[in-house]
Design a binder for this molecule. Structure first.
Ligand code: COA
Length: 141
């Protein structure tokens, strides 16, 4: 089940976020995001536990997906698909563009985003410590 996150979810979101980035807690202040009207933080709950989350900056006509992580034990069970579906359903009717950055070696995530109609629109060389970043975008019909 997907729902909006609350303050009680923060430790678990940070724990999952550290799988993506050692500095997740430092660069993503979930507490502030929960208070910020331009931020969206959604979690997927199963077995009474948060097993995945997605964060985004929603500026109505554009939305930038910042992070998406699923607990390794719950991968390949459509958790990320459900989080993305829910996020997109919550976006404004005037939405024109969704963007995100992903490491070029992150095949699982790239396949997921391609399934949702995202395309690589730019490459940011050496954006990560040992990888390039793909800027991916999906325009609204
Ligand atoms: C990428 C990630 C979020 C996918 O989560 P998930 O819940 O396992 O994804 P889903 O089960 O919803 O998979 C949906 C689609 O994604 C793609 N996909 C997911 N895992 C994949 C893998 N290991 N290899 C190739 N494609 C994969 C497939 O297209 C899949 O559709 P299919 O099952 O019809 O082939 C998850 O692997 C993860 O948390 N990775 C670490 C964090 C990360 O890299 N986040 C993204 C960058 S911000």
């Amino acid at each position: 089940m997907v729902r909006y996150a609350n303050v009680y979810d923060i430790p678990r979101i940070n724990e999952l976020g550290s799988l993506l980035n050692d500095n997740f807690r430092m660069v993503n202040n979930i507490n502030e995001m929960l208070e910020d009207k331009y931020s969206k933080v959604l979690v997927y709950e199963e077995d009474d536990m948060v097993v995945g989350f997605i964060t985004a900056t929603d500026l109505k006509e554009t939305c930038d997906i910042l992070s998406l992580v699923v607990d390794p034990k719950y991968r390949n069970k459509m958790v990320a698909t459900n989080l993305l579906d829910y996020l997109i359903s919550e976006l404004d009717e005037n939405l024109k563009l969704i963007t995100l950055e992903v490491a070029s070696k992150n095949i699982a995530a790239i396949k997921l985003y391609e399934k949702f109609g995202f395309e690589v629109v730019n490459v940011r060389k050496n954006y990560y410590k040992d990888d390039d970043a793909y800027l991916m975008a999906r325009e609204s019909e």
